[in-house]
Design a protein around this ligand. Sequence first.
Ligand code: URA
Ligand code: CA
Length: 436
Amino acid sequence: MFRMVDIIEKKRNGEVLTNEEITFFVNGYTDGSIPDYQASAFLMSIYFKGMTTEEQGFLTMAMVQSGDQIDLSAIEGVKVDKHSTGGVGDTTTLILVPLVAACGVPVAKMSGRGLGHTGGTLDKLEAIEGFHIELTEQQFVKQVNDLKLAVIGQSGNLTPADKKLYALRDVTATVDSIPLIASSIMSKKIAAGADAIVLDVKTGEGAFMKTHEDAKALAESMVAIGKQVGRDTMAVISDMSQPLGYAIGNALEVKEAIDTLNGVGPEDLTELCLVLGSKMIVVGGKADSIEDAREMLKAVIADGSALDLFGKLIEAQGGNGQIVHEPTLLPTASYQINVPATSSGYVTKMDADDIGIAAMLLGAGRATKEDTIDLAVGIVLTKKIGEYIAEGDTLAVIHSNNKNVDRSIALIQNHIIIGENAVESPALICEMITGH
Ligand code: URA
Ligand code: CA
């Protein structure tokens, strides 16, 4: 029998723990037999001493086994999941689900809601009237077998250990530990049934990982965990020093996703979807090379089949699929207000965080879990970093229902920095981590 105090001491001294010790901790903390004070001390020792890849794999699987696991074995083919560490105006999931499914990879997507200034895929989909995300596990599996795609909300008792540990980390200053983040994210993907995982690790001002080094370390940890536990995992490190695309806000991002599936979306958003989508197709076994996969994706955009499939997804889950051809059917805000540039010059900086907060103030996001969101409101930017704008020209358009408009305008004007000298636009794809 283990004693928690010995396990804490071992990690405090920088030693490597066994699977049995880590599992003892996860089970004991989940069932309440290990108290918060010991778990806190243990988390802090991990924060300072780190964990080997092997230990992270043990922690991941112990958290997976702490609750229900979604059984997707009735779905034929490799089930590929995609995860983003969270960005502002990041509409990629909405686009990737039909895009990749149209190439034959089954997409059984479990998504979450947004909190703070980053949006959640479920909220965006609920901007489509009638769309519901409550499917039973059987309906979910059947829809993926019939149509190749389905999106549901987190249901059941997935990774309760992670939920409890995350709440404790939040109040003990142990959230930003790479081994803890990596195992937390991977445990949720694996419990949701993923055979293979494509990760989009964001870096920059608007991201959880502010520096490239941290983003790279997190990506490498997750790819290594995937390898350790037998799930093919790849990661892309992508820029979040400015919002992705132009639209931030739920219905506005659905419209942007439709544009992208139509081949007329923003360049950065389109490119990121092609990069992530081609990895999903390769790990899903539908193409041998990234180049072939990319051609397949472009083809299903060009012939309209990806957009059609998005319409079918919407129909299957209770919405009006016609929306993909008539985005004017989406909810709209009462007012559109142009935000002018206060000087002439080049956009040199655009803090994604602050723009996200400006959208949240309008009602597009939740400050607390209990807040309700206004699906119609948000911001549509007109510029990217590196572009020129003249004083008085429109920097952004606010879609508003009359909430916090002045504060939102001030945030946009203060946090999109206009300078005299041209700057280069930041590279969208910083690095790929494949682990081979
Ligand atoms: N997101 C997660 O899911 N887990 C973490 O630990 C941090 C971010
Ligand atoms: Ca966007």
